[in-house]
Design a protein around this ligand. Structure first.
Ligand code: I6G
Length: 680
């Protein structure tokens, strides 16, 4: 086939679009706004419409083929696509590493370098490039025979239609995983729900369904990506003799690789990679079901060979399953701090996400209806990270004959006050207010919590006892607890009582932000409380501010402003604040600092990697508190990058650009030096 000669400016336009596509989808470092890309794209499209005979199949406009296909044809993999053996814990991984050393005849002192990679929860595929052009995409199938999905892989923007640069082999097979981003999956299901379409169960199923479409226009609308993890057939060219170097070369040729690649020299490195990735797992924009450790050197891989259908030189470290089936034994109703009534499913205990779960939140009555859940149903429970377990699906086929519907109570299960649901709200609430022991207890638990007054030693159990014995009803009662009264309680000895009383005394000295947060005003979280404290400087000014003035505070919308104004207009709340001040609770007050005078005003920070001691949201809030802007990507405009563990391409880029880099330890020292109150 002779190659059409394009006018120079059109070739340049096409190359420019390829470059921006690569920067956006592969490197995650866009350099032009989306609108500008769209403008260039339309220019190329217009020219191609006028010159249809000169349109290249590799043009960035040609990702979606014209017609749907009739069916999938089978392909045979020239080199079989293997699966991986699994291990499930550190001990099994240690045994595996030891076996590999023995097989290679290495002593205990000698080490083998491993490549460490996340294992994406998607669909394994093979891409075939000849002379740099994508000629075929195929599913793994049974490892020997797969299905031709070329028409669909062409629609995925992170898969290049032609390789970039030079030096690639004449024939190159690249393997990897096609997956759907979590956010794209949620948005897609929301859209499907709106129009009454069937919902996908999880991002993996959605990805599988999307690449098995006959019409590539449908696939093109799905938020799919592909990450490469190995090469298959290589002919007419060379690749490096190490796995990670090969992946980096693939990236330079335009293929996406995972940014969380790492090297491990020993089992300790592997275990710390597991720790890091487990902490990062929930923040990743895609799902991973484990990690993969591969002997990095190809010569050693060759010496190790294969056992049945799996390479000996690689092992998958599987995370505990995040979903499991169990039975709903009952549905009970809990009363929260603001009176919200939350249905909770009591479950037959089940091991999921690494722990035994026996309760799962059902959020509200609408959620029960959405799930179509009845007591005694078999359900799928999902538990990810430290998130509260959730019922995600009912298995209707397994509904027993004696299953029965959940009835929402009309009276509070704790104080018997009427339950009300305000029109337009999904939440039903107990109308008992602080007369309800459950609300009183939850309000107190919140008041003493770490981010509020931080009264360590006054835990939920002790508050339960104090409330039920009517020793504490309001916040200020905490400051009137006496040693003799506390000593009468079970398991409260001389020492623990002294310690608790000292903590209560010490924590009277607090900050305005903590105090506002501790009051437990509806929808006033930590960040909002911090913003209020920063903008007003004095509690009395917050208390007397109008709804309009409150709405000017960052993070405060009309609803939060109304909650604030309403809270401070109620006599009983003012009385509690007064009593707390009288009891000695105090905080420094000062004129607010204008935004431009904040120490990090006009500075741009980027957070990357895992911060071990504080969450990203917290780190971001602290930086904003000091006036900094927190951006998502590193550029010449970045003033500083805070790099946690397993930081990837953002850190490398910051190093290349000579941007200041702070480790987490340095960042914490920096915040302390700027008088930021930390909850570590
Ligand atoms: O199924 C897999 C997922 C991820 C893999 C894999 C992988 O590397 C990150 N690597 C190989 C070599 C194989 N399967 C066979």
């Amino acid at each position: 086939m002779s190659k059409a000669i394009l006018p120079l400016e059109i070739q340049q336009l096409s190359d420019q679009l390829d470059l921006h596509n690569y920067r956006y989808h592969v490197l995650d470092e866009p350099s032009i706004p989306d609108a500008h890309y769209d403008k260039l794209f339309k220019q190329l499209q217009a020219w191609e419409q006028a010159n249809p005979e000169l349109v290249s199949p590799q043009s960035p406009t040609q990702r979606v083929g014209a017609k749907p296909i009739n069916g999938f044809s089978q392909i045979t993999h020239e080199m079989p696509m293997l699966s991986l053996d699994n291990v499930f814990n550190g001990e099994e991984l240690t045994d595996y590493s030891q076996r590999i050393k023995e097989r290679l005849g290495l002593s205990d002192e000698q080490s083998i370098e491993y490549a460490c990679e996340p294992k994406l929860d998607g669909i394994a595929v093979s891409l075939l490039y000849e002379n740099g052009l994508l000629i075929r995409g195929a599913t793994r199938g049974d490892g020997t025979t797969g299905e031709d999905i070329t028409h669909n892989v062409r629609t995925i923007a992170s898969i290049p239609l032609k390789l970039r640069g030079s030096g690639y082999p004449d024939k190159l097979e690249v393997r990897g995983e096609i997956y759907m981003l979590k956010a794209g999956f949620v948005a897609m299901n929301e859209q499907a729900a709106k129009i009454g379409d069937k919902l996908f169960v999880n991002p993996r199923n959605a990805a599988a369904g999307s690449i098995r479409q006959l019409d590539p226009k449908i696939t093109a609308r799905r938020p799919l990506e592909m990450c490469c993890y190995s090469v298959g057939v290589v002919e007419g060219g060379e690749i490096p003799d190490e796995h990670i170097a090969t992946l980096e070369l693939l990236q330079s040729w335009g293929l996406k690789i995972n940014p969380h690649l790492s090297k491990a020299q020993n089992i300790g490195d592997k275990i710390s990679y597991i720790d890091t990735m487990q902490k990062l797992r929930d923040q990743l924009p895609y799902e991973i079901d484990g990690l993969v450790f591969k002997v990095n050197n190809y010569h050693l891989q060759q010496r190790l060979g294969f056992i049945s259908r799996a390479p000996r030189w690689a092992i998958a470290y599987k995370f505990p399953a995040q979903e499991a089936l169990t039975e709903v034994e009952n549905v009970e109703f809990q009363v929260g701090r603001t009176g919200a009534i939350t249905p909770v499913a009591r479950l037959k205990p089940v091991f999921v996400g690494g722990v035994t779960v026996s309760n799962a939140t059902l959020h509200n009555m609408d959620e029960i209806q959405r799930l179509g859940l009845q007591v005694k149903d078999t359900v799928v429970v999902h538990r990810a990270g430290d998130v509260i377990p959730k019922v995600v699906r009912v298995i209707l086929e397994q509904r027993p004959a004696d299953a029965y519907a959940v009835e929402f109570p009309t009276q509070c299960p704790v104080c018997q006050a009427e339950i009300v649901r305000i029109a337009g709200e999904v939440v039903s609430r107990c109308s008992g207010g602080l007369a309800c022991a459950a609300q009183r207890k939850e309000a107190l638990v919140h008041y003493v919590s770490k981010k509020a007054l931080d009264i360590d030693g006054l835990g939920e159990k002790l508050i339960d006892t104090l409330v039920s014995k009517e020793m504490v009803a309001k916040f200020d009662d905490i400051y009137h607890l006496s040693k003799s009264n506390l000593m009468r309680l079970e398991r409260m000895g001389d020492k623990s009582v002294d310690k608790l009383l000292q903590t209560i005394e010490r924590t009277k000295q607090t900050s305005l932000a903590r105090f506002i947060y501790a009051l437990g005003i509806r929808e006033v979280g930590e960040a909002t409380a911090r913003n209020l404290a920063r903008e007003f400087g004095y509690l009395d000014r917050v208390m007397t501010a109008s709804v309009e003035r409150l709405e000017q505070v960052s993070d405060v919308g009309p609803i939060v402003a109304k909650h604030l104004a309403s809270f401070f207009s109620q006599a009983q709340n003012l009385a509690v604040i007064d009593s707390l001040r009288t009891a000695g609770v105090n905080w420094p007050e000062a004129e607010p600092i204008a935004e431009a005078e904040l120490s990090l005003a006009n500075k741009v920070y980027v957070l990357t990697g895992t911060l071990e001691q504080m969450g990203r949201a917290e780190a971001k809030a602290h930086l904003q508190e000091l006036g900094a802007k927190v951006a998502g990507s590193v550029s010449k405009k970045t003033d500083c990058v805070v790099a946690g563990t397993a930081a990837g391409s953002k850190l490398t880029k910051a190093q290349d650009l000579g941007v200041e880099i702070l480790t987490e330890v340095e960042f914490i020292a920096f915040l302390k030096a700027h008088n930021v109150v930390l909850d570590l």
